[in-house]
Write a protein that binds this ligand. Structure first.
Ligand SMILES: [Zn+2]
Length: 192
């Protein structure tokens, strides 16, 4: 739920299961999507900082879930600052789900990585990948920019990770939009 991407993920998953239940000829293959789901969760998730040459000083770890944060209410990712034109590299291996231009994110890329997690790269100056392309860890997917609502601000990569499957232990009754934290993972945990 939460984002369009996780909503579409659930739509595809549930329609696949519904189709398999309704059609006798494929019902016996019901375990196949289950197996694929489980295998996805078992994939290891090696990661690197998604901006070439960036260090842990390139972002403010307190900016994750910072409030208030404009029309987003809370800040659901981290901003990695770098010169405009610096290479943005994939933080994990995965498959490009979509590339987009417009809205708050400006030029953006969504990659499905291991463990069914969606990795969102926004405010890019240029996009150097295409939908459905498999990407390696560290492969260049674009460049740092200030597109979307980053216009007029220092160029940075907005990087966020969402999961269509909630992590109940991340539920936070204190923060603003605390229940949404079950679906947004803090990239800082893996990048330092
Ligand atoms: Zn941001």
């Amino acid at each position: 739920m939460i984002t369009n991407t996780t909503r579409r993920f659930w739509f595809v998953l549930l329609t696949t299961f519904a189709f398999m239940v309704r059609n006798r000829s494929v019902r016996k293959w019901f375990w196949v999507p289950f197996l694929i789901l489980i295998m996805g969760f078992l994939l290891p998730q090696p990661m690197n900082i998604p901006v070439q040459g960036a260090t842990i000083q390139s972002w403010d770890k307190k900016s994750f879930w910072a409030y208030p944060w404009g029309t987003s209410i809370t800040h659901k990712g981290i901003d990695i600052f770098a010169d405009k034109g610096t290479d943005v590299v994939a933080a994990t291996y995965g498959v490009v789900v979509y590339t987009h231009e417009g809205g708050k994110g400006g030029k953006s890329v969504m990659i499905l990585g291991p463990k069914w997690r969606f990795h969102y790269y926004a405010h890019l100056d240029e996009i150097h990948t295409v939908p459905l392309e498999p990407v390696d860890l560290g492969e260049v997917i674009g460049t740092v920019g200030d597109t979307g609502n980053a216009k007029g601000k220092p160029p940075h990569l907005h990087y966020a990770i969402t999961s269509p499957f909630p992590y109940p232990h991340l539920y936070d009754e204190v923060s603003v939009q605390g229940w949404k934290r079950m679906f947004y993972l803090n990239p800082d945990i893996w990048l330092r």
